[in-house]
Each structure stands twice: as structure tokens, then as C-alpha cells.
Design a binder for this molecule. Structure first.
Ligand SMILES: Nc1ncnc2c1ncn2[C@@H]1O[C@H](COP(=O)(O)OP(=O)(O)OP(=O)(O)O)[C@@H](O)[C@H]1O
Ligand SMILES: [Mg+2]
Length: 502
């Protein structure tokens, strides 16, 4: 059985293709269509989902959440509650995935072996690799990593009666990430023209704005600093989210706070909330403007703006989009489910599966969200970033260049691979060093043909050919900072197997 998984910052969802050939959400063990991406450790058992989310208020120290924001961050380690172990974002994600897959197997009465997992389009190579590692850690075969807005476009295509020629803009604002994609649908082809985003911007930041406001009000009137009170802070975080959701429908809401014997209700009106989040919403507007420019289109060319992600329920989002695009955003997609549905469609398209009724021969063309480069030195020895594959190039894509050995019998060649748009190495991400051992006896200035590529998952690879001997040298391994050795991977797998997940 193949399934599609939307592994979200705050909520995850699973979908499959049912016997009628349509994508359908798989409910979790609690009968819910989405599962909060929160882990509660109960002894050595990990409980994932609603119960964990509720417990995060009263048992802060026993819960882990928002790990997606830490994917690819190799210095992030969090204590595994109730033990002396530390885990990283990959392992925490593996625990969440285990819950999702286990529940899907139960519900579908079939073993799940293959998955398509969605990631924010703006995820870089390190974050994508981390996502694959999390799945492999629990024994899943990852068929593909697909970008969340692309997945939404695929689900949209699949649902449309007559998805003829159209350009759609996808505005995807979830709990922790923002993506904007401009997509062309023509016949049976879905072509992503451009994508842009911010992997650290989401509903979480709206909650933070409310929290900060309440903290200031509380301090002004009581002199108490809520930051010193962990329990009050966690409660506030929860109430801030409640307040935000309520303000999607009400005109005001009172946030209760209690600390050190003092209680208060801080009133947040819709206007105040809009003021608080205006800066964040404006950032999404800039990203959208950039995406339309990169697609070489104007808003007049766009037929529809599709809203994806729970945070698009905030009314200011639609109002702002209408303002700068002139288009009333369409709410026809279920913002919580559409990404997972698209992932299930994508899974069924792989290996010529025929279970899908409507879009059996649909072609999806996606792009890379970051430019790929290498560090080079100019004549005076100053490092610079040379971009070799510009962002918004259709993937898979590759670039080859000849490099020459510097001296006789050179033993190895080293490349530093980057992602980012700047020419200054300080402002791009160095994703890793790629070191290649050379065959013995090459004279100085021997040509080496080096190909750097993005695969279909947006992951970087480097291969090299020794032109002198006309032989392919083995794939250059990119030494990513976060790379796990086989042994570390096995150790972590063992550890995870020992954790019972419910
Ligand atoms: N009615 C509502 N009004 C405002 N915000 C809402 C509403 N319902 C949900 N949200 C917010 O939507 C966010 C969750 O959205 P979603 O489930 O799409 O995110 P995610 O998939 O977990 O995150 P990401 O895609 O960024 O990884 C949360 O911040 C939540 O507070
Ligand atoms: Mg999401």
C-alpha cells in the first residue's frame, strides 16, 4: 500500500487512493482526519496527536512540538522526556511518522511500505534530506518528496471537472511555513512556473504576536514578567492560538492570564490583531510578488488564487491578497487536507499505477526553490559564490563544468556546494563539502567533468568523470553537516524501534 503524507509543523494528514480511484483522507486511530504533530512521552511510550497537544499545556516538559522548524538543523537536540536521551528533529519526525503509518495500516488493514511525503517548496537540500532520513529510519520507502503547493495543485487538478488551460497561484500558509507557487495547468500537464517562500513563517508567528502583546499588557499592569513563568507561558501560547482562531469569526476575544497570584483578561480586538500581524502578512505579500515576477506573469494572467493551510482562515489574508492581486481568493480546497490528497495522487502516478481514475497520465513539472552554486576563488584569492543552476529551473536539472587539477598526482578535489541567491558566501547556505578522490598519476591540468544536479526531490547530487581516462568516478558524497553515518542511522533505528508509539 502506498500513501501520501502531509507531515506538518502543527498538523499532519494521510491520504490514499480508494477503490473508486479517488484520493481520500485516512482517519487516525482517534477517528480524526488530521493529527497534531505533537509528541507526549508517557513513560517510555510516545503518544502522538490530540492527547499530546492537550497535554502540552499542563505537561510542557513531557511534550515535543514544532520539530519541522528544526529539520536540517544539526545543532538542535531536545531531551526525550522521561529519559536521559537526547533526540533530534529527524528522530522526532520519525516518531510522528510512525504514528501516522501505524494508524493508516490499522484503518486500511494493509501494510504501508511506500510513501510520498510533502515538504514546503522552500525547504532546502538539508531539510529535504532530513525528511527522507526520518522516513527511512522507520523502514519506509520514500517514493518521492513533493512540494506542498505542487501537491495542492495536483489535488486541485484531480478534483476539477474540466481542468483546462489556466494559471493558478497557490498561497500556502500553515503553522510554521509559507510557500507561494505560480502554476500553469495545460491539458494533462501541471507546470510549476515559480515558487518562493519562507520556511520560518506561519500561524505560529501570529500566536507569538498575540503572546507578546499580552505579556506587555500584563507586565504594565502587574509588573510581573510572564517569561519567568514557564507554565503561564505555555498556557498563554495555547490561549493565544484560541484567540487567533476565534478572531477569524468574532470581533474581539479576551485572553486570560494568571501568574504569581495575579489574573487578568487582555482584550484583543480584530483590529488590534490585524495590526499585530500586519508585518507578517506583508512579508507573504512580498514573497507572492516575487513569485509572480519570477514566473514572468502579472496578476492579470492569473485565473485563480488557491488558499492552502490552516492559517489562510485569518480574514486579513484574503483581504490582503484581494488588495494586491485584484482577485478574490478561492476557498474551494479544504486547507487542512488538500496537501495530503495531492500526495496520494502523486504516489499513485509513480510506477504507472492504474488505481487512479481521473489523472492517470498527468505530468507534473516542478522547480527548485533555491539557486545552486559552488564556492570559487577569484584571482586575488577571495571566495565568491558562483551560481550554476538558478532557482525556478525545472527539476530534475543538472549543470556540468570542467575543472582542472592544480598539480601532478593530485589526490583529491574538493567542492563546496551552496544554496542561495547571493554572490557573497556569507549569505548563502553551504550545504556541504564534496570530496572526490582522484585516480593516481594524473598530470597537472587534467580535466575533470563535474556534474551537479537537483534530482526530482530537490536534493543535490554531484558526479564526476575523469576525462583523461574517460571513466566515471563514483558519486561524490556531499559531506553535509547533518549527514548521519550508517552506524549512527542503525543506532537511531534501534532506539526508535524500542519506543512504543501510540
Ligand atoms: N480558524 C483559524 N483561524 C486562524 N488560524 C487557524 C485557524 N484554524 C487553524 N489555524 C492555524 O493554522 C495553523 C495550522 O495550519 P496547518 O495545519 O495547515 O499547518 P501545518 O501543515 O501543520 O504547517 P506547515 O504546513 O507550515 O508545516 C496553526 O497555526 C493554526 O493555529
Ligand atoms: Mg501544511
Amino acid at each position: 500500500m502506498k500513501i501520501g503524507i502531509d507531515l506538518g509543523t502543527t498538523n499532519s494528514a494521510v491520504a490514499y487512493i480508494n477503490e473508486h480511484g479517488t484520493a481520500e483522507i485516512v482517519s487516525n486511530g482517534e477517528g480524526e482526519r488530521t493529527t497534531p504533530s505533537v509528541i507526549l512521552m508517557d513513560g517510555d511510550k510516545a503518544i502522538v496527536g490530540d492527547i499530546a497537544k492537550e497535554a502540552s499545556v499542563t505537561q510542557v516538559d513531557d511534550t515535543i512540538q514544532f520539530v519541522k522548524r528544526q529539520m536540517g538543523n544539526d545543532s538542535f537536540q531536545i531531551p526525550l522526556p522521561g529519559s536521559d536521551k537526547m533526540i533530534d528533529a529527524v528522530e522526532a519526525s520519525a516518531i510522528i511518522l510512525k504514528k501516522l503509518v501505524q494508524d493508516a495500516e490499522q484503518e486500511l488493514s494493509e501494510k504501508v511500505t511506500e510513501v510520498v511525503i510533502t515538504v514546503p517548496a522552500y525547504f532546502d537540500d538539508g531539510k529535504r534530506n532530513a525528511t527522507i532520513e526520518a522516513a527511512e529510519m522507520i523502514g519506509l520507502n520514500v517514493l518521492k518528496i513533493i512540494n506542498e503547493p505542487t501537491s495542492a495543485a495536483l489535488a486541485y487538478y484531480d478534483m476539477e471537472e474540466d481542468p483546462s488551460d489556466q494559471n493558478v497561484a497557490i498561497y500556502d500558509l500553515g503553522g510554521g511555513t509559507f510557500d507561494a507557487s505560480i502554476v500553469n495547468i495545460h491539458n494533462n500537464e501541471i507546470t510549476v512556473l515559480s515558487t518562493d517562500g519562507d520556511s520560518n513563517l506561519g500561524g505560529f508567528d501570529f500566536d507569538n504576536e498575540i503572546c507578546e502583546h499580552v505579556i506587555n499588557e500584563f507586565e504594565d499592569s502587574t509588573g510581573i514578567d510572564l517569561y519567568d513563568d514557564d507554565d503561564a507561558m505555555q498556557e498563554l501560547r495555547e490561549n493565544a492560538e484560541k484567540c487567533k482562531k476565534a478572531l477569524s469569526r468574532l470581533s474581539k476575544y479576551k485572553v486570560p492570564v494568571t501568574s504569581s497570584g495575579e489574573s487578568m483578561r487582555v482584550e484583543i480586538t480584530k483590529d488590534l490583531f490585524n495590526d499585530l500581524i500586519k508585518g507578517i502578512v506583508d512579508r507573504t505579500k512580498l514573497v507572492m510578488e516575487d513569485a509572480i515576477k519570477e514566473a514572468n506573469l502579472t496578476w492579470e494572467d492569473i485565473d485563480k488564487v488557491l488558499l492552502v493551510g490552516g492559517s489562510t482562515r485569518v480574514p486579513l489574508i484574503s483581504e490582503t491578497i484581494k488588495d494586491f492581486t485584484g482577485i478574490e481568493p478561492s476557498k474551494e480546497l479544504n486547507p487542512d487536507e488538500v496537501v495530503a490528497l495531492g500526495a496520494a495522487v502523486q504516489a499513485s502516478l509513480i510506477d504507472g499505477d492504474t488505481s487512479l481514475s481521473s489523472s492517470a497520465n498527468i505530468i507534473v513539472k516542478d522547480v527548485n526553490s533555491h539557486s545552486l552554486g559552488i564556492i570559487t576563488q577569484d584571482k586575488s584569492g577571495i571566495d565568491g559564490n558562483s551560481i550554476i543552476l538558478h532557482r525556478n529551473t525545472e527539476i530534475p536539472c543538472s549543470f556540468s563544468q570542467e575543472f582542472y587539477t592544480n598539480h601532478d598526482n593530485q589526490e583529491r578535489i574538493q567542492l563546496q556546494i551552496t544554496e542561495g541567491e547571493d554572490l557573497d558566501p556569507d549569505y548563502v547556505t553551504i550545504i556541504g563539502k564534496s570530496i572526490l578522490n582522484l585516480p593516481p598519476g594524473l598530470p597537472e591540468s587534467s580535466p575533470l567533468d563535474i556534474t551537479i544536479s537537483y534530482d526530482k526531490n530537490g536534493i543535490v547530487h554531484v558526479v564526476a568523470r575523469d576525462v583523461t581516462n574517460n571513466t566515471e568516478l563514483r558519486d561524490m558524497i556531499i559531506e553535509r553537516k547533518s549527514n548521519m553515518t550508517q552506524i549512527e542511522m542503525e543506532e537511531k533505528k534501534e532506539e526508535l524501534l524500542a519506543i512504543e508509539v501510540e
